[in-house]
Ligand binder design. Structure first.
Ligand code: SME
Length: 163
């Protein structure tokens, strides 16, 4: 089992995400618990890249409401309606949202005023239903790229596994 989080700043992104994926699998070996997986991924991603906020919003009312789940960073908003902000948009469309500059995103919810860019990735279970979104916020404008989308979408494939 991986004993600690690894700082991956400076590592090429594709390689960094491969490393995160194998760490995640190693830490979660034998554990079939989505909340434990959300906590583990939040800690690994957050410390690997030094993001501002990294965590999950869980679907608590289908097509209506997200509630905060495991995260790392400053205090997050507790609930977000589908369709509101970047998280609610990712949940409603079931598609990853990359926001280069949060100031230009209508309805962006600022839980932390330092947030400048954001990526939100939908999380699906084995039966294809949306169970959460993974939200990552950065203090830098334009922090997230298509490589982050690819890496993160692959990482959350963990939740699709069927035992
Ligand atoms: N910025 C997000 C809200 C969540 S937090 O920043 C932790 C949004 O617009 O959906």
């Amino acid at each position: 089992m991986a004993e600690t989080t690894i700082d991956l700043r400076g590592t090429p992104l594709a390689e960094a995400y491969d490393e995160l994926e194998s760490q995640t699998r190693a830490v979660l070996e034998g554990i079939d618990d989505p909340i434990a997986a959300m906590a583990t991924m939040s800690a690994l991603i957050h410390n690997a890249f030094g993001h501002l906020w990294t965590g999950f919003y869980r679907v608590v009312e289908e097509n209506r409401l997200l509630r905060v789940g495991p995260y790392q960073g400053t205090l997050g908003c507790l609930e977000i309606e589908f369709g509101r902000g970047v998280c609610g948009t990712a949940a409603a469309t079931r598609e990853t949202q990359i926001v280069e500059d949060v100031m230009t995103f209508p309805g962006h919810i600022a839980c932390d005023a330092r947030s400048r860019s954001e990526i939100v990735v939908p999380v699906f279970s084995a039966d294809g239903s949306l169970i959460a979104v993974l939200d990552i916020d950065s203090e830098q404008v334009g922090q997230f790229s298509e490589q982050d989308r690819t890496g993160l979408e692959k990482l959350v494939e963990w939740f699709r596994r069927s035992e």
